[in-house]
Design a protein. Structure first.
Length: 466
């Protein structure tokens, strides 16, 4: 019973019940309407047929008098399925006809009978069975009355058959609706139960769980898909938070320890010059730590979407051109040539500062890891492709092996080959977070796959097309 109570509380079942109620009202109205229309049509046809009989009998009386009237009515009364024919006196006593008796008071009326009346046939003898009919009563100029009527047995049977067919159809449709109602309600309840079970596991801490999606594309599937996307986002943020905590505990422990040791050495050194150098080193390492924490904060803000409201249409071509102009002297200092090929008038929906910071990170990384290579250069390209707008930064350094490209996108991850280079291991993480915020993606590939010594790395920021 508790399951049924839950079932009747569900929105799907309530809506189904409302639809069934509306359907029953409409079906009942249809039954009464069709029955009434059928009765009206039959009554009209009966009246028309009886009126034609009355007109013909009246013409016979006008033409041949009483003798022709009697012969005409007698001939018609003997035909199979004949109508009711009665000749009565002024007081309503039956003088002739094919009817044994009629309901008292009927022969006292004139014109159409106000209501159907009962009559008894000759062939039924003493049986008490009575039949129902309607009739038209005409008074002749000699005072006699003639009744011409029509038995209602066949029309009543037809009317009853129509009513019965409609009632049976209504019952079948109602039963089917109730079965469908319970089927929909039970299916909805089962799906809600599965969603509740998954929700309990999620609340227990298992963020890998997802709400079931049936594949029908209905409102339950759309809700589950939206919630699953939200759960995926939450799981990723939690995983990022866990990684940050682990990385801070491991990667920042060494520079903090080194910073403490330098401070201790400076405290124990009596020479002012040595102490000054030590303090300058402490300040330099402190600045590096501050930059690291600022990068972490920026990544967290981007991943949380707190800067999404600051987006607008920005001129990506101008941002890339400014970045190339700013870093061209830096590349020259490192012995590299920074070339650019920028399609004009490229616009995207985004945050100008974040996109600029991402481009700076990529160019800075390219200069850092390509410096020292023979004849190395850095190519900056902005092109439109079928799958979106692509911004590429390509270098000819050592590159990154394909199996390690997913790993370098994580925070604080630095390959062994890059340990000797300055940095925090947060540059590509920030770029990836920026691209996710803008609905794009980050792609890593070889610049020259056929040259293992200088295969380089091409980083592509793919923005969605307008």
């Amino acid at each position: 019973m508790s399951r049924f109570r839950v079932l009747f509380k569900s929105t799907a079942v309530r809506l189904s019940a409302l639809y069934i109620l509306l359907f029953a009202i409409c079906a009942a109205t249809l039954v009464f309407y069709v029955t009434a229309m059928s009765e009206r049509l039959l009554t009209s046809q009966i009246r028309e047929a009886v009126q034609q009989e009355v007109d013909q009998v009246q013409r016979a009386y006008d033409t041949g008098g009483m003798n022709l009237l009697l012969r005409t009515m007698e001939r018609r009364a003997r035909q199979p399925g004949a109508n009711l024919y009665i000749i009565a006196g002024p007081s309503g006593d039956i003088l002739a006809g094919n009817v044994a008796s009629v309901q008292p008071g009927v022969m006292l009326e004139e014109g159409w009978t106000s209501l159907p009346f009962f009559y008894q046939r000759y062939s039924e003898g003493g049986q008490a069975k009575r039949h129902m009919a309607v009739a038209n009563i005409e008074v002749l100029d000699n005072g006699l009355k003639i009744l011409i009527g029509r038995d209602l047995g066949e029309p009543e049977a037809f009317r009853g058959l129509v009513r019965q067919a409609l009632m049976i159809a209504l019952a079948i449709m109602g039963l089917g609706a109730i079965i469908i109602w319970f089927g929909i309600g039970r299916n909805a309840l089962k799906r809600i139960d599965r969603m509740s079970a998954a929700s309990k596991k999620i609340m227990a801490g298992d963020l890998s769980q997802r709400l079931p999606v049936g594949g029908s594309g209905d409102e339950f599937d759309r809700l589950s898909a939206s919630l699953n996307a939200m759960l995926g986002r939450i799981e990723k943020l939690n995983e990022g938070l866990r990684q940050v905590s682990d990385n801070i505990a491991h990667d920042l422990k060494t520079p903090l320890t080194r910073l403490r040791n330098k401070a201790a050495d400076a405290l124990d050194t009596p020479e002012p010059d040595v102490r000054r150098v030590a303090l300058e080193g402490i300040i330099s390492e402190s600045d590096q730590l501050i930059r690291t924490f600022n990068a972490l904060l920026m990544i967290s803000r981007v991943e949380a979407g707190s800067v999404a409201a600051e987006m607008s249409m920005v001129d990506l071509s101008a941002i890339v051109a400014d970045s190339a102009e700013l870093y061209e002297p830096v590349a020259d200092e490192a012995g590299l040539a920074l070339t650019s090929a920028i399609d004009p008038g490229v616009e995207v929906q985004g945050n100008r500062e974040l996109i600029g910071q991402a481009i700076f990170n990529l160019i800075d990384n390219a200069i850092k890891y390509a410096s020292g290579s023979d004849g190395g250069d850095i190519a900056l390209r902005l092109v439109r492709r079928n799958d979106g707008i692509c911004l590429q930064v390509a270098d000819h350094g050592a590159g990154i092996p394909a199996e390690k490209r997913e790993e370098v996108l994580k925070r604080f991850v630095r390959l062994d080959e890059s340990r000797s280079k300055p940095g925090t291991g947060l540059g590509l993480s920030l770029v990836e977070a920026v691209m996710e915020l803008h609905g794009g993606r980050l792609e890593l590939s070889d610049t020259d796959a056929d040259n293992p010594a200088r295969r380089g790395l091409t980083v592509t920021m793919v923005f969605p097309a307008k």
